[in-house]
Design a protein around this ligand. Structure first.
Ligand SMILES: [Zn+2]
Length: 217
């Protein structure tokens, strides 16, 4: 099974993709992880990627396509894979079709995780973590049991990722709405797109996803 998970940052794509790995025996291909590996390799392309990412820029389409193409050729992808974070633009979606065709593969499912922007902003900007042990917390959903003290290690040191500041979050979401959402009609026209409600809790989203991927749905 070959599928794409599409949704804004913070919609839970990574978590759901992990769960689908277990359910369907496919491999999660997260472009975030592929990029981190590329940067860690310190190759010429890796260094170029590092500069771009640090400046807050997205990788050029051709680099992303080449990364994904190489990854799909690995033996663990033979029984199927889930793309998470790719394609991100129409150009990438078209390039993906070409490379799948060249490899004799075809796309089975595209799942959109839909979620309200304000709910996402609340989810993302509320996140913080222990600076000592990395335990994750949230202003609305998971405060430390004792205010200002980490449940796990007792540290008083908490940090917030710069990425999670509201204006940066809105910029990331803006990119999604401008560049990524327009690829949905491309897949809808082919009858392989299904949308599920991402505002529900994780287990409910997983249930909806399994349902959308079941034969005959
Ligand atoms: Zn801690």
């Amino acid at each position: 099974m070959i599928m794409i998970l599409i949704g804004p940052p913070g919609a839970g794509k990574g978590t759901q993709a992990k769960r689908m790995e277990d359910v369907f025996g496919v491999v999660q291909l997260s472009t975030g992880a592929l990029l981190r590996e590329l940067i860690a390799s310190k190759s010429e392309l890796g260094l170029k990627a590092k500069t771009l990412v640090e400046a807050g820029n997205l990788m050029p389409d051709d680099v992303m396509v080449a990364l994904v193409s190489d990854r799909i050729d690995q033996p663990d992808c033979a029984s199927g894979f889930i793309l998470d974070g790719f394609p991100r633009t129409i150009v990438q979606a078209e390039a993906l079709d070409v490379l799948l065709r060249e490899k004799g593969l075809s796309l089975d499912h595209v799942i959109e995780i839909k979620i309200d922007v304000d709910l996402l902003v609340e989810r993302l900007t509320g996140r913080f973590e222990c600076g000592e042990c990395g335990e994750g917390y949230h202003d609305s959903y998971k405060q430390p049991k004792l205010e200002g003290v980490c449940d796990r290690c007792g540290s008083n040191d908490f940090i917030r990722r710069a990425d999670d500041e509201e204006d940066r979050v809105r910029t990331r979401l803006g990119f999604y709405h401008q560049e990524t959402r327009p690829i949905l009609p491309y897949y809808r026209a082919r009858g392989i797109l299904k949308s599920i409600d991402g505002s529900k809790d994780l287990d409910d989203v997983t249930r909806q996803m399994k349902e959308a991927l079941s034969p005959g749905q």
